[in-house]
Design a protein. Structure first.
Length: 257
């Protein structure tokens, strides 16, 4: 029997999030706020406004993580870019967006590293700072696939960084010819690289993640998102989900649109 919740969508209908916690907030409080409020409310306050899939990963608290590595990364899929734009007419969505400022850094007076999100553009062989890219022009449903996520620090030395970014671009071009990958998203920041992929099978050495893991020698982390149901009711007692350093989720919920 077919799954009525299964629905493929465009690869460009995703917000690519790189978030830094407010510096004054402790890591334990950050984890608590993510698990009890921020991550569940992303679903519950947007479930009637076109949210399609959500994959947060938490790096805050991981051993030796450089400060310039985002404390939380995520890809948040919507049914379409148009529905994302229209969702701000809804009061619950506007309330959810305000939640960001209670947890994440946006003010340059308070933090050196600022949180941001963007829609990706199609990768055509070149990477630009803070411009996410997607690799495949094919629709997919990430919630029901085999997603993986990779984060790494870029070399600090200028020439080494340039060479590494060139190598990343070559690998991304190579990935575009891999028929086992149903979707891929990447972004470089000033000091880091993030990559998500959707495989037809479990991640392995022939995947993009395997190739990037071999390329990078500094701080890096592979995440395999855990299927995690979100079944909160806004008016019932709800403890949230457990978040700790290294948590990574594929949030499972019944789509209403």
């Amino acid at each position: 029997m077919s799954n009525p919740n299964y629905r493929k969508i465009s690869p460009n209908s995703v917000r690519v999030w790189r978030g830094y916690k407010i510096p004054k907030e402790s890591i334990d409080k950050f984890h608590k706020d993510l698990g009890e409020v921020f991550i569940p409310s992303c679903i519950e306050l947007q479930i009637n406004a076109g949210i399609h899939s959500y994959f947060p990963a938490v790096t805050a608290g991981l051993s030796d993580k450089p400060d310039f590595i985002p404390d939380e990364t995520a890809v948040v899929f919507y049914n379409s870019k148009e529905e994302y734009g229209n969702c701000f007419s809804k009061l619950p969505v506007r309330s959810y967006m305000l939640n960001h400022h209670a947890v994440f850094a946006f003010d340059p007076k308070e933090s050196k590293y600022l949180s941001t999100s963007d829609f990706p553009v199609l990768f055509k062989g070149e990477l630009k700072n803070d411009v996410p890219v997607y690799l495949f022009e094919k629709d997919a449903d990430w919630m029901y696939g085999n997603p993986g996520h990779f984060i790494a620090e870029l070399p600090s030395e200028k020439e080494s960084r340039k060479s590494t970014v060139e190598d990343i671009s070559k690998i991304l071009t190579q990935i575009q010819s891999n028929s086992e990958i149903n979707g891929a998203i990447a972004c470089i920041g000033e000091n880091y690289f993030v990559y998500w992929e959707l495989l037809s099978s479990q991640p392995n050495q022939s995947s993009g993640i395997g190739l990037f893991d071999e390329l990078f020698t500094g701080w890096k982390k592979i995440f395999i998102p855990k299927n995690t149901p979100i079944d909160a009711n806004l008016w019932d007692a709800y403890p949230g989900i457990k978040v700790e350093a290294g948590s990574s989720f594929n949030l499972q919920f019944e789509r209403t649109k």
